[in-house]
Ligand binder design. Structure first.
Ligand code: NAP
Length: 258
């Protein structure tokens, strides 16, 4: 098979937030599973480098700079796809950990914009192409924060609850169409940037999130879960998959050594 024939025959997966952490690992996982992956994020150099790494490994990847909060940009991106097999809505994250009494409304807004409106933009724009494929999959990477709250988490928790509701409602609305909606809700995952971003670049505060936890989930663990869910036969819909490290029995019960 020529490279062009291979490209034409491979299923295509778009991954948002593919410049780091879970999104980057998911791009690697889906590429290894035979997908042509389209890596999107705001930081061009990071997705370019990852696309090159995947291509050098003999798999298929391309990079496209995209801010999911920019609807016009998302619509322009979607025009590239007459049909599409998978979209992984992963771009997002937390900002701050203040109580409701003192939380920054601007940070709440930004979290809602990225996690919820970003997922809405991308899903709306790509749904026609996913439907046209005859076998599409929407993945929403929410969080266990989308299923229970904790002190200091309300802004992020509210956004992730909304993302969960988006996934659940979409599944109800499009039943009968050839598109699955899969929600993956990870617990504590140690990625290079998530906690740093949350604590505005403070490495000490970020390190405390994982302090004493023997084995938090890794980005690869979550990517493995996403890849498994996506590669089930198309009539099998993993509605919601909660994945935590063994040391975390609930949002509240995290075992720390020492
Ligand atoms: P991360 O390493 O901080 O990655 C976040 C990704 O989102 C980056 O690639 C970032 O890329 C992208 N992003 C942020 N804002 C964006 C925007 N406006 N447009 C496009 N891309 C944007 O975090 P992670 O740990 O991998 O988390 C990935 C997802 O899993 C998030 O939705 C997060 O809420 C969720 N999650 C994480 C954990 C955890 O403990 N780490 C647990 C549960 C759920 P650019 O900055 O290059 O745009």
């Amino acid at each position: 098979m020529t490279a062009t024939e291979q490209q034409a025959s491979s299923p295509v997966a778009v991954v948002t937030g593919a410049s780091s952490g879970i999104g980057a690992a998911t791009a690697r996982g889906l590429a290894a599973a035979g997908y042509r992956v389209v890596l999107t994020a705001r930081r061009k150099e990071r997705i370019d480098a990852l696309a090159a790494e995947i291509t050098e490994a003999g798999q298929q990847a391309e990079a496209y700079v995209l801010d999911v909060t920019d609807r016009a940009a998302v619509d322009a991106f979607a025009e590239r796809f007459p049909t599409l097999d998978v979209v992984v809505n992963n771009a997002g994250g937390a900002l701050g950990a203040d109580p409701v009494a003192t939380g920054d409304p601007d940070e709440w807004r930004r979290m809602y914009e990225t996690n919820v409106i970003g997922t809405l933009h991308v899903t709306q724009a790509l749904l026609p192409a996913l439907t046209a494929s005859g076998d599409g999959t929407v993945v929403v990477v929410s969080s266990t924060a989308g299923h229970g709250t904790y002190e200091g988490g309300a802004g992020y928790v509210a956004a992730k609850h909304a993302e969960h509701v988006l996934a659940e409602t979409l599944r109800l609305e499009i039943v009968g169409s050839p598109v699955r909606v899969i929600e993956i809700a990870p617990g504590l995952v140690k990625t290079e940037e998530f906690a740093l971003t949350r604590f505005h670049g403070d490495p000490e505060k970020a390190a405390k999130v994982y302090a004493g936890v023997a084995a938090p989930l890794t980005a690869d663990d979550v990517a493995d879960t996403i890849t498994w869910a996506v590669t089930r036969p198309s009539h099998v819909n993993i509605d919601l998959l909660v994945v935590r490290p063994r040391a975390q029995a609930s949002n509240y019960k995290l075992h720390r050594e020492g």
